[in-house]
Structures are given as structure tokens and as C-alpha cells.
Design a protein around this ligand. Structure first.
Ligand SMILES: Cc1cc2nc3c(=O)[nH]c(=O)nc-3n(C[C@H](O)[C@H](O)[C@H](O)COP(=O)(O)OP(=O)(O)OC[C@H]3O[C@@H](n4cnc5c(N)ncnc54)[C@H](O)[C@@H]3O)c2cc1C
Length: 532
């Protein structure tokens, strides 16, 4: 009698990517929290790590303190589905309607450039992030309607000048021949790869950042930032200790952590789904609107993933050896699948079947990554055998409509086991585009920046978005410009960073739809209020 799939894994909720822990696990560079920093980065996920990386590449002598409430990479970046899949076209009509066709083509280029930049970074040394150089990412369509919709978006992107030269469309029979998925109606194939997010974020990005750094760069796991404010105590601070001193304003941020207080000249919020708990946008809005709850600009949404043993399945994503399929996605990206080098599969998604669509409400500063939603878990366990192993001649209805048939469903009569099962909290911004940039002065008076809200699609966007943000922080800021000019005319001052070589970060054109502008924030705030 064949066994039924094991729905409950033996191990706990630690994701595949966090096991074994990286060498930065619970890492702290100093026993005491440093008193001051040029730049404080709150959050050590792929966003925070990428900001540190680019900042130190541009200004090696910058003093940075990175603060992390949990363990390193323990947030969304350590719990994802393991894809780096630039999206070259699916948003064509949506972006064109909101921002114009040039912006749609710009986003296509940005994701392409980001993917290439991440690949170059991985190649620079031999860190194995499980990526595949010429991987194929297959978007597999399980209904004709979805396939037609994707073809319309693809055609639109091509016609408006987006780069789609390496994207292939496969009609039904060809797609079935390569994937073996009998129920598919067609596929669109683009460059992409599987990726271990922790190996990328920490073994690679954070490692390089820390190797590049000076003794003033510090990293601290387990430090919860609970509060921060802008100070007007400039005169009382030790001028030598503060390497970058604002010339035009006297704002210094006071960051309250579980280990003490840090004074920083600039702050980057890289806290993803938790951005609203710290960033005072919501409380400012609360003050001005008298709304008791303020507004939530980035909504925490729980998403699930599983690692499934290859034993008993014995097949590759591609049945045709001339194709190197590394990842697949289905149902408008709702489900996504990779195959790891050891043959195991990682499947994620199903959140539309979860409680409240996976939308979570949190108390400040908690990380609720441990609970599994039974309906999502069941759906994923149900979906997988249909796709890869068994009777996939048609796409069965979602589990809520077939729960009663579960015991008799032939699809379950197979021997596969779930090795691990975990959830992660995604940060969805109100308009579903990331928030990258300086917090406008109508909301904040200090030097605060934000990189968050990647809405479940951060891997092909974060690295270059962080680079653009660093350029903004270092060069578009009056104080830095002032110091650079001062340095070139009157010689070095005693501020330490001035002694370093100032490399101008290469210009990266941030998509307009990512940028934090007063206009966009105003729209987001009213959208958020309507959703309340
Ligand atoms: C199940 C799942 C599957 C996914 N699959 C994919 C995929 O295949 N491809 C893809 O592109 N994207 C995927 N994503 C999304 C992707 O992982 C994210 O876009 C990306 O990791 C976000 O990185 P981040 O650094 O912005 O956030 P995070 O990694 O969440 O980092 C934020 C950090 O801030 C810390 N923090 C929060 N509050 C505080 C505080 N007060 N003090 C100190 N520290 C604090 C948190 O602990 C956390 O470590 C997936 C997400 C999930 C959950």
C-alpha cells in the first residue's frame, strides 16, 4: 500500500535556506553597541545587506551599524522560494496605465540589469549560491485564459520597445513535450535561476561588505530597534566621534535598541513588512488625520513554502535534456517551484487559500514566522503531485472544493515526503511597488531612507535598488556634496571618511514606480485609508 504524503515535517519551521545556519548566525562584531554611526541600517535581509555592500564599496571609510532584531537573514530573505526570476513583461499594461510605456520598458531593463549584476557578483568568487548560469524560468499556464492574457502582455512589452529578445513562447504540445505537464496550455520561457537567498545575502553580500569594511562598521544580530527620534543635541556630541556632521541641519537620529542607544547621522529602514512599526510616516499621518490607527503602507502577508524530497519522484523539471529548467511558476505566479542541486523540490505559494489571504496583523516588532496555515499546506501538498508526478491530465480544482475527495484521490497515492515546511512574512506595499528613497520632508525632517515593500518579488530588484539608494544617500545629499567640495578646495578635515577615497557610485536609474515621492506617498496614504 503506497504511503500518503507526509503533511507534517519532522523538523521545526526553520527554512531550508537557514539550515545549516550561515557563519553569521547570531553574529555580533562588538560586545557593546557602538555609540555613533554615519549610517545605521535597520534590518539585515537582502535589502539591508545590499545597502551595506554598496555603501562600503562607494565609501570604504564610512561607519555603518547594521541592526537586526532576529538572527541574520531570518526574515523574508531567509524564507523564500529560491527563485531569481526577472519579470520581463507581465506588468506591461499595468505600468503603462500608471506610469506610461517608457516606464514599463525601464522596469524590464532594470530587472534584466539587476539579474546580470547578481550573476556577476556570484561569479566574482566561488561562493556557491545554487544558481545556474543559463537557467530557464518557465511560466506554465494551466488555463487558456491565463496563457492568452500573458501573450497579450508579452506582445505589448515587445511593441513598446522592452527587451524580450531571449523570451520564447511554447504552444501546448511543445510545452507538454518539455515539461511533461499534461494539463498545460502553453508556456513562456525567460532567463532566470534558482538561488539560495541566504548564501547570496549573507555568505556573499554581507561577507563582502564586512571584508571591505573598516573598524567602524559593525553588525549586530538580536538587537531590536524599538524607537528612534531626531535629536537637536548636536552641540553636546563629541565632534570627533561623529565622522559626518550635518552642515545645514542639526538633526541626529537617536536609535533605541534592546542593547542601548545609538546616534546616527542617517538611517536606512530595511525592515520590510515591519516598516510601519518604526517609520513614523504612519504616526505622522495619524497626527494629521486624527485616524486612530494611522495607515499601513506595507502590509505583512504570510506565505508558505515546502521542500519535497526527490526520492520516489526521480524526475527533473525538464524531460528534455536540451532544456535547463531551473524554476517554474503557475497560476499567475501564485505557485512557484524550483529543483535544488540535490534533486529536491521547493514549492511555494497557495496564499490565496490561506486565512484572510495570508494578511497578518502584528504587534510592534514581533516576527510571527512559525505558524503554518493548514489550508495552504494542504493546497500545496495537493498541487505538487498533479504538476510533477502523477495524474496531471487536467488541472484539478482547489482543495476547498475537493476536500471530500481527498482520500480517494489517486494523485495522493505516491511516495513523496516533505523535508521541511516554513512560512515567511512578505511586505506588500499598498500599490505593490517597492518603496525606495528618502522619506520626503513633508513627513520627516531627518535623514531617513527606506528600501522595503518588494511585494514578494525582491530577488531580481533589491540589489540594484540598494545601489541606487546608496547613491542617493551619499551623493544627492547636500551635506555630502558640501564635504566633497570642501575637501577638494581646502584639504582634508579631521572627519575620517574624508580621508578615504571617494568613489562615486555608478549611476543606476531607479524605476520611477519604486521612487518615494511626495505625490506617490500621498496617493498611497489615501489608498491605504480606503482599504482600512
Ligand atoms: C515564502 C516566500 C517565498 C518567496 N519567494 C520569492 C522568490 O522565489 N523570488 C523572489 O524574488 N522573491 C521571493 N520572495 C520575496 C523575497 O524573499 C523578498 O522580497 C526579500 O527577501 C525581501 O528582503 P528584505 O531584506 O527587504 O526583507 P527581510 O529579509 O524580511 O529583511 C528585513 C529584516 O528586518 C528585520 N527587522 C524588522 N524589524 C526590525 C526592528 N525593529 N529592529 C531590527 N530589525 C528589524 C527583520 O528581522 C528582517 O531580518 C518570497 C517571500 C516568501 C515569504
Amino acid at each position: 500500500m503506497p504511503s500518503k504524503p507526509a503533511l507534517t515535517p519532522s523538523s521545526s519551521r526553520i527554512s531550508t535556506w537557514l539550515d545549516p545556519p550561515t557563519k553569521f548566525s547570531m553574529f555580533r562584531t562588538t560586545s557593546e553597541l557602538p555609540a555613533t554611526a554615519d549610517l545605521a541600517i535597520i534590518g539585515s535581509g537582502f535589502s539591508g545587506a545590499s545597502v551595506a555592500y554598496h555603501a562600503l564599496k562607494a565609501y570604504p571609510a564610512l561607519s555603518i551599524v547594521m541592526l537586526e532584531v532576529g538572527d541574520v537573514c531570518e526574515g523574508e530573505s531567509g524564507r523564500n522560494g529560491g527563485h531569481i526570476r526577472p519579470d520581463f513583461y507581465t506588468y506591461a499594461s499595468q505600468i503603462t496605465a500608471k506610469y506610461g510605456s517608457e516606464e514599463a520598458a525601464r522596469l524590464n531593463k532594470f530587472e534584466r540589469d539587476d539579474f546580470e549584476a547578481v550573476k556577476r557578483l556570484i561569479k566574482e568568487d566561488s561562493v556557491d549560491c545554487e544558481t545556474v548560469e543559463d537557467g530557464e524560468s518557465w511560466q506554465v499556464f494551466l488555463t487558456q485564459e491565463e496563457f492568452d492574457e500573458a501573450l497579450r502582455e508579452f506582445t505589448m512589452m515587445r511593441d513598446l520597445g522592452g527587451d524580450v529578445h531571449d523570451i520564447q513562447v511554447y504552444m501546448r504540445n511543445e510545452a507538454i513535450g518539455v515539461t511533461g505537464i499534461q494539463g498545460c496550455f502553453g508556456a513562456i520561457v525567460s532567463p532566470g535561476s534558482r538561488i539560495s537567498p541566504t548564501k547570496l545575502s549573507h555568505t556573499k553580500v554581507l561577507h563582502v561588505a564586512l571584508n571591505n569594511c573598516n573598524d567602524a562598521t559593525q553588525y549586530s544580530s538580536g538587537d531590536c530597534v524599538s524607537d528612534y527620534s531626531e535629536l537637536d543635541e548636536f552641540e553636546h556630541l563629541d565632534m570627533n566621534a561623529l565622522r559626518i556632521v550635518p552642515k545645514k541641519s542639526s538633526y541626529v537620529h537617536k536609535i533605541t535598541t534592546s542593547r542601548g542607544t545609538l546616534l546616527a547621522n542617517k538611517v536606512v529602514h530595511a525592515t520590510n513588512a515591519y516598516i510601519d512599526t518604526l517609520l513614523s510616516i504612519s504616526s505622522n499621518v495619524r497626527d494629521t488625520t486624527k485616524s486612530p490607527n494611522g495607515v499601513v503602507l506595507v502590509t505583512p502577508i504570510r506565505s508558505h513554502a515546502l521542500e519535497i524530497a526527490s526520492v520516489g519522484i526521480r524526475r527533473k523539471l525538464s524531460l528534455d535534456p536540451s532544456h535547463n529548467i531551473t524554476n517554474m511558476n503557475f497560476n499567475r505566479g501564485g505557485e512557484y517551484l524550483i529543483q535544488r542541486p540535490n534533486g529536491n523540490f521547493v514549492l511555494g505559494g497557495g496564499r490565496r487559500f490561506g486565512n484572510g489571504n495570508g494578511i497578518e496583523s502584528f504587534n510592534n516588532n514581533t516576527t510571527a514566522e512559525t505558524e503554518i496555515d493548514g489550508s495552504v499546506d494542504f493546497y500545496l501538498s495537493f498541487f505538487f503531485p498533479q504538476i510533477l508526478c502523477f495524474d496531471n491530465s487536467h488541472y484539478l480544482s482547489p482543495p476547498k472544493t475537493v476536500l471530500g475527495e481527498r482520500d480517494t484521490n489517486e494523485a495522493y497515492s505516491a511516495d513523496y515526503g516533505i523535508v521541511k515546511q516554513w512560512t515567511g512574512i512578505m511586505g506588500f506595499s499598498v500599490d505593490e511597488y517597492p518603496l525606495v528613497g528618502k522619506i520626503p520632508s513633508f513627513l520627516e525632517q531627518g535623514q531617513e531612507y527606506c528600501i522595503a515593500g518588494f511585494s514578494g518579488h525582491g530577488m531580481p530588484r533589491i540589489f540594484l535598488a540598494a545601489k541606487a539608494l546608496v547613491r542617493m544617500i551619499l551623493l544627492e545629499d547636500d551635506d555630502y556634496r558640501y564635504d566633497c567640495q570642501y575637501h577638494s578646495t581646502v584639504g582634508p578635515m579631521h572627519y575620517r571618511y574624508i580621508e578615504g577615497t571617494i568613489e562615486v557610485a555608478e549611476n543606476v536609474q531607479l524605476p520611477q514606480c519604486f521612487a518615494i515621492t511626495e505625490e506617490r506617498l500621498t496617493k498611497m496614504i489615501s489608498l491605504a485609508k480606503r482599504k482600512e
